[in-house]
Design a protein around this ligand. Structure first.
Ligand SMILES: Cc1ncc(C[n+]2csc(CCOP(=O)(O)OP(=O)(O)O)c2C)c(N)n1
Ligand SMILES: [Mg+2]
Length: 602
């Protein structure tokens, strides 16, 4: 039987190890969709409710599976819908391939039904690689390059295939003028040990050797190098702060790990950066330089990608290399002067003391009475119950704060969110992508009610449909139900100095638990603080997807780690003037902040 283009494409993707395509059908991908039924052991089609969800599912799959995520959409509206998810991949450096249909070649340029200029549409998001397959002989080269580029540059790439081309007989490229061959898929693209020049390693070792108060910042680029990061911290007496995307690089129980950094970060991370004399950045592109040490401290950075190095802090030495290999090479060279040892011990003890104290403050903050449930409690009650191998996703919103600060990861936990695009609506589709990437792990999504209304509710149907494919049945969606676009309400209050504007911030009320039940999932309502822990217990014992609908207090402020007492009291005073929730905010704001000043012996 003669293979057609669609058939060849699906088999080639299989050779690349692709087992799932997250997609939505439509006119211009009919050839591909129909062929999926014919290719035995080929990729299976995972249908979402919206192409943006398919793209997020591919991103979640790639983030948690450590491999290529593939999404598919019809040209025109389907292609437009993919964009936000693909931008999420671009900004967080995730390998995702989008396969998109287009009007048949005979209609192209004819202002045809659903015909839009896909090259213009994808030009920016898919700047790493974007190509249309016009004739069958082009296919292997275009597809393989799209995959290799996505994997090696950790970026979204796009292959456009006009509808009629999908159904043509496949013909391979020939050994001929104007034909371009391609070699067979090789699963290993990028990775491996990449080391900076010896001279730069020597210079970096000198900088670190001279430091008495060393701080390390890790990001997602440090994943797979946790042992080496810890060895560096032990060798130098350093504390370690984690960027949001690197939250799962090191467990939170370690005494020298100060937790998240940034506006959503912790106080010990803030203190670590403020007081260090030397900074080592490993695989992080944290954009908020104001949370790094004041300029003028000595600094070394390690990153695999020279395009993103030295751009957040005026670093003295930039080491382009993979994190684990470069750190090992660096560790061999370290030899600090003896007289530093005492200072380093003192520094380490200070870091550990700050960390211990901070966890006590967080416990006390989560215990502050709220009306009805303190959202911090939702996450702090999860920490002790978090299964060792759980994957956690968090949406953009106040959930991001509580995920960043209150969730305590162990050694094997994985977690992620839309770190750089910070888009709403990713947590549920990420969780679904995670279930396909790691079907044996329980997955938990922390989601605001706005994000749930935007995307999450409809994707519960996708979860219901596919739950039987997952070895571990647990998928828990925890909705922070505050009837408010709370994170932005706080931005308005804190940054714009404006009171809450109900017309833009309040959400239409509904029951998320009842919705879950109505589509055949388990729904649990939490209306009192003492119900929170048992709700997690029940959800984590369930045999299928569960929605926990937590009635949260929107007046609990996500106070940034560096906020001084006077700033908090000033904000509270100004809020009492004209904010509809001013009194509640004032009470909860002061009660939360005051926990930092109270003794909390444990
Ligand atoms: C697609 C998108 N639209 C708007 C925003 C701006 N934004 C960030 S957080 C947020 C509020 C989220 O509200 P909700 O999901 O209810 O979570 P909450 O903060 O209330 O816990 C908004 C509107 C965004 N990040 N992404
Ligand atoms: Mg909300």
């Amino acid at each position: 039987m003669v293979q057609n283009v669609a058939d060849h494409l699906l088999r080639r993707l299989s050779q690349w190890g692709v087992t799932e395509i997250f997609g939505y059908p439509g006119d211009s991908v009919n050839g591909l969709v129909a062929q999926m039924a014919e290719v035995e052991d080929g990729p299976r089609f995972i249908q979402s409710r919206h192409e943006e969800m398919s793209a997020f599912e591919a991103v979640g799959y790639a983030k948690f599976g450590g491999r290529l995520g593939v999404c598919m959409a019809t040209g025109g509206p389907g292609a437009v819908h993919l964009l936000n998810g693909l931008y999420d991949a671009k900004l967080d450096h995730v390998p995702v391939l989008a396969i998109v249909g287009q009007a048949s070649r005979s209609a192209m340029g004819g202002a045809y039904q659903q015909e839009i200029d896909l090259h213009s549409l994808f030009k920016d998001v898919s700047s790493a690689f974007l190509e249309t397959v016009n004739v069958p002989q082009q296919l292997p080269n275009v597809l393989d390059r799209a995959v290799r580029t996505a994997l090696s540059e950790r970026a979204p790439t796009t292959v456009i295939i006009p509808a009629d081309v999908q159904e043509l007989d496949y013909a391979p490229p020939e050994h001929a003028f104007k034909h371009v061959p391609s070699s067979a898929p090789d699963r290993v693209v990028g990775g491996g040990t990449v080391l900076p020049p010896e001279s730069e390693l020597d210079r970096a070792a000198e900088v670190i050797d001279a430091g008495e108060r060393v701080a390390i910042l890790v990001g997602q680029g440090a994943r797979g190098a946790s042992e080496e990061v810890l060895a560096l911290a032990d060798a130098t007496g350093a504390g370690i702060a984690k960027a949001l995307l690197g939250k799962d690089v090191l467990p939170d129980a370690l005494p020298q790990v100060t937790g998240s950094i940034g506006l959503l970060g912790t106080k010990p991370s803030w203190e670590l950066m403020r007081d260090c004399d030397t900074l080592v950045i490993v695989g992080s592109n944290l954009p908020y330089s104001q949370f790094l040490p004041p300029f003028g401290r000595r600094a070394v950075e390690i990153d695999i990608d020279p395009r993103y190095i030295g751009m957040r802090y005026p670093t003295e030495v930039n080491l382009v290399g993979d994190a684990a290999g470069t750190l090992r090479a660096l560790l061999e060279r370290l030899d600090p002067a003896d007289e530093l040892r005492k200072g380093r011990n003192h520094w380490r003890a200070t870091v550990e003391k700050n960390v211990r104290r901070w966890w006590e403050v967080l416990d006390a903050q989560a215990g502050v009475a709220a009306d009805p449930v303190n959202p911090m409690l939702a996450v702090s009650e999860l920490s002790p119950r978090l299964p060792d191998d759980a994957v956690v996703t968090a949406d953009s919103g106040s959930a991001t704060n509580w995920y960043a600060r209150f969730l305590r990861f162990g050694e094997d936990n994985r977690g992620s969110l839309s770190g750089t695009l910070a888009t709403m609506g990713c947590a549920v589709p990420y969780a679904i992508g995670a279930k396909f990437a790691a079907p044996t792990r329980p997955v938990i999504a922390l989601v605001g009610d706005g994000a749930m209304q935007m995307n999450g509710l409809m994707e519960l149907l996708t979860a219901r449909r596919y739950q039987d494919l997952w070895d571990d049945p647990r998928l828990v969606v925890c909705v922070l139900h505050n009837n408010d676009l709370n994170q932005v309400t706080w931005e308005l209050r804190a940054m714009a100095g404006s009171p809450k504007t109900p017309y833009s911030q309040e959400l239409p009320d509904m029951s998320y638990a009842a919705f879950a039940e109505s589509v055949g999932l388990v729904g649990i309502v939490v209306e009192r603080p003492e119900e929170m822990g048992p709700a997690w217990d029940r959800a984590l014992e369930a045999q299928g997807p569960v929605v926990i609908d937590v009635h949260c207090d929107g007046d609990v402020p996500p106070i940034p780690p560096q906020a001084e007492w006077s700033q908090v009291t000033d904000t509270v005073k100004s809020l009492l003037n004209g904010d509809p929730d001013g009194a509640g905010v004032a009470a909860r704001g002061l009660a939360t902040k005051i926990q930092e000043f109270l003794p909390h012996g444990r």
